[in-house]
Design a protein around this ligand. Sequence first.
Ligand SMILES: CC(C)(COP(=O)(O)OP(=O)(O)OC[C@H]1O[C@@H](n2cnc3c(N)ncnc32)[C@H](O)[C@@H]1OP(=O)(O)O)[C@@H](O)C(=O)NCCC(=O)NCCS
Length: 435
Amino acid sequence: MDEGISSINPTDLRGILNYVPRFLGQTFVISLDGAIIENENLPNLLLDIAVLRSLQINVVIAHGISKQLTELSASRGIKISNADGSGVTDKPTLDLAIRASSRASHQILEALTQSGLKCAITNSVRSTPIGILKGVDFLRSGKVDRIDAEFLSHLISKSIIPIIQPIGFDRNGHTYRINSDLLAIEVAFALKATKTIFITEQDGLEIEGEFAHQLSVEALEAKLTASSGNSGIVEPYLSKAKHALAGVKGGIARIHILNGNIHDGLIREVFSNEGVGTLVYGNEYQQIRQARRSDVARIYNLTSGSVEKEELARRSIESIEHDIKNFYVYEIDGNLVGCVLITRFEDEASTAEINALFVHPLHQRQGIGSKLTNFACLKLKELGVERVLALSTQSVGFFETITGFKESGSDSLPKSRQASYVSQNRKSKIFSKTL
Ligand SMILES: CC(C)(COP(=O)(O)OP(=O)(O)OC[C@H]1O[C@@H](n2cnc3c(N)ncnc32)[C@H](O)[C@@H]1OP(=O)(O)O)[C@@H](O)C(=O)NCCC(=O)NCCS
C-alpha cells in the first residue's frame, strides 16, 4: 500500500470533512519561499495542495527566489544588490533573478505534474518601479500595479493552478523584481482570497524570542508599532509580520505562516483548530467587542428568554454587572444580537469556561454562535489558557458537532467549579476542548 495513504487516520479524515462546507469554492493563495522550493519536502507539500484542490478549494501559488538568487550569485561570482526584492535591484541582480525565477517555477511545475495537477506559469502581474525612496533609486525593484484577476480566475475555473513568479512587467514590457510576500498579499486582495498561507523555513512568527501561535491583527499591530521603536520582531520574521498585518487589515480573513519542512503541516494547519504555525486573524471577529457597563441591561434582556427555557443558567443584573468585563458581545448595526462570557478559575489558571453563550433566535444559524465560541477560545489561548470548558443542557450538538468540543466527566471541572456544578443541579453536560 502507498505509504502516504496508509498513514491517514480515519478520525483525521472525519475532522477534515467538518471543514469542507466552510472552505468550498474559496480561494487560498499559497506563497512558497525560495528555500522551500529547494526542500525535499516539496513533493509532500504539493500533495497537500492536491488534497485542497480535491476538496474544491481554489489554489494559487506565488513563490520567492531569495535562496536561488543568493546561490546563483555565489556560483557565478556576480554580486547582487539585494536578494528578496525589497531593496535595490540593479541590472545584474535582475538578470540573475529572472534565471532563478524560471528555475524555481519549473521545480514547482515539475512537482505539481507529479501530483497530477494542471498548472500554468502566468504573466498576470503588472508592475511599476518602486522609484526613489529617501534618495535611493530602487532601480528594477517593482511594486504591484495591477493583478490580472480575470485571467487568474479563468485559469482557476478550468482547474488550472496559476503559478505566479516574483517578477512583474510594466505597460511597456520592462521587467521588475517584486518581493514575494508583497506579491502573495496583492494576489489575495485581487482574488478576494480568504487565506494567504506563507510557507517558510521558520515555524511561524517569533515575537521577543517566543513563538506566537495565534495573533489577532490588533495584537500584531501593537507589537509592530511598539512605542520603544523596537517591536520585538526581527528578520527573518519581520517581512512576513508586516505583510500579514497589511493583508488582514486589507480584508484577508486569515493569514498563516508555517514551516514547510513539517510533514502534513499544510493540511494540519488548514484543517485543525490547533494548527502548526502562526495564524494572524482579523476582520472575521470585527463585530465582536468587549462588553461595557451600558450593555448590562441589554445582555440581561437578550438572554432572559433562554434562561426561562433553561438553556442558560439564571444570572441577575448584579452578577452580569460584576462580570461585565468578561462578557463579549456580537453587534449588527449597533444591535446586540449575541453574547458570551469567559470565566477563569483561581485554582486552575490553565483552564477556563465559556458561559452565557447566546444568539438571538432571529440571527441563529448564521455562524454567529461559532464565531463567539471560536473568538472566546482565541482570546483565552492568548491569555495562556490551555483547556476550555462549556456546560450545556440543550446545545450539546452545537458544542460537539459544530465547535469541536468533546464530552467529559465532572472530574474535569476544577475543584472550585465542582461545588457550584452540584449545587446548581442543572445536570448540564460538560464539554472540554484543548487549545
Ligand atoms: C447554541 C447557539 C449559541 C448557536 O448559535 P448559532 O449562531 O445558531 O450557531 P452557528 O450558526 O454558529 O451554528 C449553527 C449550527 O449549530 C447547530 N445547533 C445549534 N444548536 C444546536 C443544538 N442544540 N443541537 C444541535 N445542533 C445545534 C445548528 O443546527 C447549526 O447547524 P448547521 O450549520 O448544520 O445548520 C444558539 O442556538 C443559542 O443561543 N441557543 C440558546 C442558548 C444556548 O443553549 N447556549 C449554549 C449554552 S452555554
